[in-house]
Design a protein around this ligand. Structure first.
Ligand SMILES: Cc1cc2nc3c(=O)[nH]c(=O)nc-3n(C[C@H](O)[C@H](O)[C@H](O)COP(=O)(O)O)c2cc1C
Length: 205
């Protein structure tokens, strides 16, 4: 059993990284292997909409760090996706990763059908995995970004895990890195970790 935590802040030791690592540490207490994957040091080009993956069953863009992260997502039973809120949305690198992973993950298992044919659904590369968004903002845009990530999870056939509140953390003014002061945020992540570990164990029975 393994859970990965993807963190999409471009900043080193960011608030997002704090919340994602905090949640992974709690999940680890349930005997589940964990790994933090920071996108900060990765180069991931945005999807160009070439539709090459439909027939190639792999991303046909010039090689970058996408494949490494995608393969980690495939190996995992649970995926946390953490993003800072930038202009009420996720960061560009999170969007680039999710656009490519979602499209490739769909067409790896399925064939594009003509509209006169029945769609024979064979699941995505992520079907049956559990996932949860974690977002961090100073003030506004949490719900939009949280929903953006949750919508990616639900359209890609993942099982979304909740907590006693949305999995959001708050950060101080001027780029402050002070997530450890957000005790309510920690409590939300504690419960998220318990829920995710519980569901993974039930699914693995
Ligand atoms: C380009 C940019 C856009 C931002 N947009 C928002 C925003 O829409 N709402 C908000 O509350 N905070 C916004 N912030 C503040 C960040 O969400 C906040 O500093 C957060 O801690 C960043 O996450 P990190 O510490 O993981 O890097 C923005 C910051 C930057 C740099």
């Amino acid at each position: 059993m393994k859970v990965i935590g993807i963190t999409g802040s471009p900043r080193e030791k960011s608030n997002t990284e704090y919340y994602v690592q905090y949640t992974l540490d709690k999940i680890k207490e349930h005997g589940i292997e964990t790994e933090l994957i920071t996108l900060r040091d990765k180069k991931i080009h945005h999807c160009t909409g070439c539709y090459g993956c439909i027939t190639a069953k792999e991303c046909t863009l010039e090689k970058d760090d996408f494949e490494e992260v995608f393969n980690k997502m495939l190996e995992a039973d649970g995926i946390l996706v953490g993003s800072p809120v930038y202009n009420s949305s996720s960061t560009a690198i999170v969007k680039a990763l999710l656009d490519r992973a979602g499209f490739l993950g769909r067409w790896i298992n399925n064939d594009m059908k003509d509209k006169s044919e029945n769609y024979q659904w064979k699941g995505t590369a992520f079907s049956g995995k559990v996932a949860a968004p974690i977002t961090v903002a100073r003030r506004a845009g949490q719900n939009f970004t949280f929903a953006e990530l949750a919508l990616w999870m639900t359209v890609n056939d993942l099982i979304v895990i909740g907590s006693h509140y949305w999995n959001v953390g708050v950060a101080g003014k001027g780029g402050a890195v002070d997530a450890e002061e957000d005790l309510e945020g920690a409590s939300i992540m504690d419960h998220l970790a318990d829920n995710m570990a519980h569901v993974i164990k039930q699914l693995k029975k």
